[in-house]
Design a protein around this ligand. Structure first.
Ligand code: IPE
Ligand code: IPE
Ligand code: MG
Length: 248
């Protein structure tokens, strides 16, 4: 029987096609310097700029980052407001540079939660960069993995799917990341070892990498360490080690 999740085993000797990152630890980075948490978020945007460039240079084709979870609205109002301002400023200031570098920009998540201004900036940025092919850079904002699955089921029902018509492939077609390969490498900075409702479905067979580095300190060298760790993994997708080796 064929398996649904990526029949072909991607060679780990290659650069991961799709890297997914939970950028965590901004607040602690700032607190350690006796600075307000937002200073850590600002530094985090800088770190992200470097990591986008490093991914493009290394031939990664998809980079997806978790910027704001559907649960992050629970933070103090002041921090949420500052994060929204930062998001808006980043959209205003960074998109032209992404475009110049041939990067396609996308946002996944429940965009209705954002202000009209932010929604318009997102629409414009996606339209401007839609034909770029060097790297697909996706920001998950007001995103939750469970929300993603639920909205996919709703779409299936809306298009009249019957119980028999629902299978993994049909559902996956309606997920936010339907057009992208599943992540090969997942990175979480900041020391916590959890998924925090990120790409629940898509991470099923992703190689997980956790580092204590706080996100503002994460750079190209740290990315290379994560990729080096990835290259030591044996991806089996349910098979035995012997099967995988004999297929090489
Ligand atoms: C991640 O850093 C950024 C967002 C969740 C927006 P945190 O703000 O979670 O930083 P810590 O975990 O408190 O250090
Ligand atoms: C996860 O970080 C979400 C983002 C980085 C955007 P959190 O800091 O919100 O995660 P928890 O609350 O520690 O699980
Ligand atoms: Mg955190």
């Amino acid at each position: 029987m064929a398996t649904r999740t990526k029949q072909a085993i991607p060679a780990v000797a290659d650069v991961p096609r799709h890297v997914a990152i939970i950028m965590d630890g901004n607040g602690r980075w700032a607190r350690r310097r006796l600075m307000p948490r937002v200073a850590g978020h600002r530094k985090g945007v800088e770190a992200l700029r470097g990591v986008i460039r490093a991914c493009a240079e290394r031939g990664v084709s998809h980079l997806t980052v978790f910027a704001f979870s559907s649960e992050n609205w629970r933070r103090p109002q002041e921090e949420v407001t500052l994060l929204m301002e930062l998001f808006m400023r980043a959209l205003e200031n960074e998109v032209a540079r992404l475009h110049e570098n041939g990067i396609r920009f996308r946002v996944i998540g429940n965009l209705a939660g954002f202000s009209e201004r932010i929604q318009a900036l997102i629409r414009d940025a996606e339209a401007l960069t839609r034909d770029n092919t060097r790297l697909v850079f996706t920001v998950a904002a007001n995103y939750g993995g469970r929300w993603d699955i639920v909205q996919a089921v709703r779409e299936l029902i809306a298009e009249g799917a019957t119980a028999d018509g629902v299978d993994e492939a049909a559902l996956a077609r309606h997920l936010c990341m339907a057009d992208a390969p599943e992540p090969d490498l997942f990175i979480r900075t900041g020391g916590e070892q959890r998924i925090s409702n990120f790409l629940m479905w898509q991470l099923a067979y992703t190689e997980l990498y956790f580092t204590d580095a706080l996100w503002p300190d994460f750079n190209a060298a740290a990315l290379d360490k994560a990729i080096a760790s990835y290259r030591t993994r044996e991806r089996r997708f349910g098979r035995t080690s012997e099967q995988v080796r004999s297929a090489l």
